[in-house]
Design a protein around this ligand. Structure first.
Ligand code: SAM
Length: 297
């Protein structure tokens, strides 16, 4: 039997802050085990856009074949992410002859089958979504943001992404509770629940936590445009929320479908490292230009 390899022999060294070109599945196979803290990505949607590469995902003959390729990728990514790691997947749906395909959930179930644990299905509400001419159904103005963890024990910094309390608006009936702001042990109420410390703790978090209330699952964020990329990139503030919540200090963020490099730029702005994969070198050129602007500012 050959002698056991030392960890340095089995684990190739990983250079951070790289743009890697190739098929995401093949590039992921070349990455070491458990090296990434969090993944933030938006895969190519099924039959939505041609990214001008023989390697691209999204142009498969059937939705099943498309979902299978993403499942293969997320199986590999499960190995690449640390046991404490997470993945955020932003994905929209598509109508074919007036019928909604349900692609986000098909992809979501495939990622679960690849071993990931689904933690949240968040809605990205787009206040500036394109108007549509349809009169037989509501106009779509949302996509999904699926949040997965690799294991039961995962890094999640809820405090870093708290949102403003709605109860503190002017004229709010809860305004009188301001004196409890920042102090645990008791909400303003008296009466039947006053002795229930669990309830009080929950309410305190909900209404009086000094950093705001726990992040909700509907995120209202306007679409951003990147003139050079010729497609809508996802907004930095969306990516920022995902990274802040799931990337620990000195963490590494991976985007296997980097496009114009929004994930890489946001990671760097927040002081984290990144790995960006794309099958089309032209998009990496745009991403590198955007990143150099971030580094100059
Ligand atoms: C929806 S765009 C990502 C946009 C990105 N979130 C941004 O903000 O710029 C999807 C990207 O995936 C890339 N892509 C498609 N198939 C791929 C594959 N098999 N491997 C790696 N990248 C791929 C495309 O070239 C495209 O840049």
């Amino acid at each position: 039997m050959p002698p056991a390899k030392s960890p340095t022999e089995t684990t190739p060294a990983l250079t951070r802050n790289q743009f890697l070109t190739g098929d995401a599945v093949e590039v992921a196979k070349s990455l070491p085990d458990a090296c990434v803290d969090t993944i933030v990505t938006s895969p190519p949607y099924y039959k939505q856009r041609d990214y001008d590469s023989d390697l691209q995902i999204g142009q498969e003959k059937s939705p099943e074949a498309y979902v299978e390729r993403l499942k293969e990728l997320f199986t590999e990514l499960h190995r690449v992410v640390k046991p404490s790691g997470a993945a955020w997947v932003v994905i929209g749906d598509k109508y074919v002859k007036g019928e909604l395909m349900g692609m986000p959930w098909r992809v979501c179930f495939a990622i679960k089958e690849a071993g990931w644990i689904l933690r949240s299905d968040c809605i990205w509400h787009k206040p500036n979504a394109m108007p549509s001419a349809c009169k037989t159904r509501p106009t779509t103005d949302h996509e999904y943001i699926f949040f997965f963890s690799r294991s039961k024990d995962y890094f999640y910094d809820a405090d870093s992404i708290r949102e403003p309390h709605v109860t503190f608006s002017e004229g709010s009936k809860m305004k009188g509770g301001r004196k409890h702001f920042g102090k645990r042990n008791g909400t303003p109420e008296k009466g039947k629940n006053s002795g229930d410390s669990n309830l009080h703790d929950g309410r305190w978090d909900q209404a009086f936590h000094p950093k705001g209330r726990n992040k909700r699952t509907v995120w209202s964020i306007s679409l951003s445009k990147c003139r050079e990329a010729h497609f809508a990139v996802y907004p930095e503030s969306l990516v920022e929320t995902c990274i802040k919540a799931t990337c620990p200090e000195d963490g590494l963020v991976l985007d296997p479908f980097s496009g114009a490099g929004t994930t890489a730029c946001t990671a760097k702005k927040l002081g984290f490292d990144f790995l960006a994969i794309d099958c089309n070198e032209d998009y990496h050129k745009i991403a590198k230009k955007r990143l150099s602007e971030v580094e100059r500012s």
